[in-house]
Design a protein around this ligand. Structure first.
Ligand code: BG6
Length: 801
């Protein structure tokens, strides 16, 4: 007591030191634990090529730290044979080049002693595995920290294995379970959803690690840290005002021979673009979280970036196929002589991100097999505002503002042959983690994407590491940001599935492969579209696509129901309709100072909206009022809302004064289309107030397969006659409640255009061509402007079948 009074400071220090030591002890105890890693498919290709080496690397990184390990290679093969195969895979394990051979041999020996093979076939095998792990932990007086199950098996085996793990291989309380899956994770949105639901019935989201091995490539894994460490320099640059375009490229020289049974079902978009290239796109496009080491924040921001992706359509993509592919497919799949595959082995896709940061910046994703070189990179090309007067020979070498300005994340291969990050010297000197990245030595004569290496500040990893070893380390440390969550996966399929559907019957451009391909696959960005820059040459071999091409037909002019009919292939038809609408608009604005346009929703007009948004820069939008022909009784932000379609495909791309936009008031007083809210009357009032004589300059209609138009349906008299300008109606299709312009109001228009597209409309087109004016049976037949003009726009499929 006396002592304490005399030396209070000393006591305090001692107490603190004891506490720190105690906490340290407790923490060390807390951290120490045993981890069992079960590699399913331990004798397969991926395991042999990457996974065993990755597990060995994990062991090298972690040995002597806080954990002990056991490695269980598993497969269906019987124990003796399985062990032989696995031992073969283990023979080639290697250590980093800077490790002393004796130390390497010692660690390899330890690793082999910790690794064993076991057959995992029956539910009993899984139970035994679990019991063995428990027994080992007990026997060695360890605490179990967790179990990793790596599924390096075909996806059809996932569910059975998952069931067995869930029912008998979960570790006890306090220890974690991590299950790791390899792609493919489905074939489209539906199949991905089904697989996700099945796996979700066995595992929690935080237990699942879906691998995209590109996220483990060093240059890719560095994208977010690079953006974070160079925030100051990039803050003002990483946006639409400065970025001209972004290219995300993976070129391969190998072809698909030997894997055709897989490839024929997937093709390059599913194999590479939907996963690897999309993930990279997200890392470039996402808003940077404040804390890039927070998995939750990274995943959340990534998901938000997915939401900003503009939907793809046929014009967003081009596809090709190397010439030998069909013959390989015939051989490997034993197909008849006449078989020609439509599977793309090359694809270029133009992606837009609709956000304030990226609006208008083209992101090009491209990948292909049998190309002239193997290389992967992301290139962010900046706009160059410099206007250089001096002759090139006087430019400051390497850092002149006149040179291209770009940042390249070089994933691998190519001339450079290793991962690297390159920043043009006329941009800024980047900062990279000094302990793991270093400046690349000058290599005279070496050029990267057409520029000498000396143009760049160029950095490479000090030690090149394989993607799988990086990902295994992230799995071990529970770093989920390098993996694909269920939401992330479904968002990606949601984005890609419509394009894949629309390309299902597209004939890919044939290319000879290798250097012979020349510039046959060169791409061109044109407005919102991507195309090959060269015309399609003569087919190299007769392809399956002998169907007539649009150019074989002229735009057809005829009459339908005694009104003018314009018929063409969809693309031409849409472009004709868009031009006609623009001509009407210019005329109306010239005469009356404004143009009142009423638009329908649904899928047919989407291409028209896109065409108007991307291809009509002289359209007098500032003087145009946009009205809705009909609306579904859902909130305006609902994907089913017609207004939402208009917003997504047109409004966000044009400059229309807000007060010229007239959505239908279906959502009033916190409810939808209640009679008492008088939404229809309000809209009618707005029309009467702004549109002279309530006569729209142009009304765009569609025709349903049952003969409905706007939201006026057969056998329901509402809106077919009478005084009301706007009515509430009932649809036989969901959502049932609708608001619609009435037939009398439509017929007051100066011009009505009816757009009918697709084979499904063939029967109704035939029928309506023969009937008289019977709006109760076929509301479309009641469309007959009293003093205006009616024009039908039908594509060949709707008109000719
Ligand atoms: C795989 C694809 O995911 O990635 C293969 O299935 C492709 O078709 C491979 O060849 C490319 O990966 P890497 O690491 O060799 O660039």
């Amino acid at each position: 007591m006396v002592g304490r009074c005399r030396h209070p400071g000393l006591w305090k220090m001692l107490t603190v030191a004891m506490c720190v030591a105690l906490v340290g002890c407790l923490q060390a105890q807390e951290l120490r634990g045993h981890v069992s890693i079960v590699l399913l498919g331990a004798t397969g290709d991926l395991a042999k090529k990457y996974l065993w080496q990755g597990l060995f690397q994990l062991y090298l990184d972690e040995v002597g730290k806080d954990h002990s390990f056991s490695f269980h290679g598993a497969a269906l093969t019987a124990p003796e044979q399985g062990w032989k195969l696995m031992a073969k895979a283990l023979e080639s394990l290697s250590c980093p080049s800077d490790m002393a051979p004796s130390h390497c041999a010692e660690l390899k020996d330890q690793f082999l002693r910790l690794s064993q093979y076991r057959q995992l076939k029956t539910a009993e095998d899984y139970r035994t595995l679990s019991k063995d792990i428990e027994a080992q932990v007990k026997q060695e007086d360890l605490r179990e920290a967790g179990r990793i199950f790596y599924f390096s098996v075909p996806p059809f085996a996932y569910v059975d294995i998952a069931r067995n793990i869930n029912s008998s291989c979960r570790p006890g309380p306090g220890a974690w379970l991590r299950v790791v899956f390899e792609k493919p994770f489905g074939h489209d949105h539906l199949s991905a959803q089904q697989l996700a639901t099945e796996l979700g019935s066995f595992f929690q989201e935080e237990e699942m690690y879906r691998v995209d091995h590109y996220l483990g490539k060093q240059a890719v894994a560095q994208i977010l840290p690079f953006r974070d460490q160079n925030r100051k320099a990039l803050d003002g640059l990483w946006n639409r005002h400065h970025v001209e375009r972004v290219e995300i490229i993976m070129k391969e020289t190998v072809d698909a021979e030997g894997r055709i049974s897989f490839y024929e079902e997937y093709g390059v978009i599913r194999d590479v673009l939907q996963n690897h290239l999309t993930e990279i796109l997200m890392l470039v496009a996402m808003e940077l979280p404040l804390n890039v080491s927070s998995s939750a924040a990274v995943l959340q921001h990534k998901l938000e970036a997915f939401r900003g992706l503009r939907g793809l359509n046929k014009g967003s993509a081009v596809v090709g196929q190397y010439q030998a592919y069909s013959a390989q497919a015939r051989r490997e799949l034993q197909k008849p002589e006449g078989f020609h595959s439509l599977t793309p082995t090359f694809a270029g896709v133009l992606v837009h991100v609709d956000s304030l940061r990226w609006e208008g910046v083209p992101f090009t994703l491209m990948s292909g097999k049998a190309l002239d070189e193997r290389v992967g990179y992301v290139r962010v090309l900046f706009k160059n505002q410099a206007f250089c007067i001096q002759h090139e020979r006087h430019w400051a070498p390497e850092q002149s503002p006149c040179l291209p300005r770009q940042i390249i994340f070089h994933i691998g291969h190519g001339e450079l042959s290793h991962p690297a990050i390159l920043v043009s010297r006329n941009l800024f000197r980047p900062s990279l983690p000094a302990h793991s990245w270093a400046e690349v030595q000058e290599r005279p004569g070496l050029r990267v994407l057409g520029r000498p290496l000396s143009d760049f500040y160029a950095y490479s990893p000090l030690r090149e590491r394989d993607a799988y070893s990086i990902l295994l380390s992230h799995i071990f440390h529970g770093r989920k940001e390098s993996f694909i969550t269920t939401e992330n996966l479904l968002a990606s399929w949601d984005f890609w599935t419509p394009l894949l559907d629309s390309l299902a019957h597209e004939v890919p451009r044939l290319y000879p492969g290798g250097a012979d391909t020349g510039c046959l696959l060169d791409l061109e960005l044109n407005g919102g579209h991507l195309s090959f820059s060269q015309q399609q040459p003569e087919q190299l071999v007769p392809g399956p696509g002998s169907a007539p091409k649009p150019s074989d037909f002229q735009v057809l002019r005829a009459r339908y129901r005694e009104s003018p009919l314009i018929s063409a292939w969809p693309e031409e038809l849409i472009s004709r309709l868009a031009s006609d609408i623009e001509a009407s608009a210019l005329q109306a604005v010239q005469h009356f100072g404004k143009f009142h346009l009423a638009l329908s929703g649904g899928s047919s007009p989407i291409a028209l909206f896109q065409q108007l948004a991307m291809g009509h820069y002289s359209f007098p939008w500032a003087h145009t009022h946009l009205w809705l022909v009909d609306e579904r009784c859902v909130p305006l932000s609902d994907p089913d809302s017609n207004f939402q379609g208009l917003q997504a495909h047109l409004l966000q791309h044009i400059r229309l004064p807000y007060y010229n936009i007239h959505p239908m008031p279906v959502h009033l007083h916190q409810r939808l289309c209640a009679e008492e809210d008088q939404g229809a009357q309000t809209y009618a009032g707005e029309i009467s107030a702004l549109v002279a004589n309530s006569s729209f300059d142009l009304v765009l209609l569609g025709m349903g397969t049952d003969g409905h138009t706007a939201s006026l349906f057969p056998q329901s008299p509402t809106g077919l006659d009478g005084e009301q300008l706007v009515v509430l109606t009932q649809s036989p299709f969901r959502p049932h409640q609708r608001m619609s312009l009435s037939l009398p109001l439509i017929n007051r228009a100066k011009k009505v255009a009816v757009l009918v597209m697709g084979r499904t409309k063939r029967d109704i087109t035939m029928l309506v061509s023969r009937v008289g004016q019977e709006p109760r049976k076929w509301p479309i037949s009641g469309v007959l402007p009293s003093s205006g003009q009616l024009v039908w726009y039908m594509d060949y499929e709707a008109f000719l079948g």
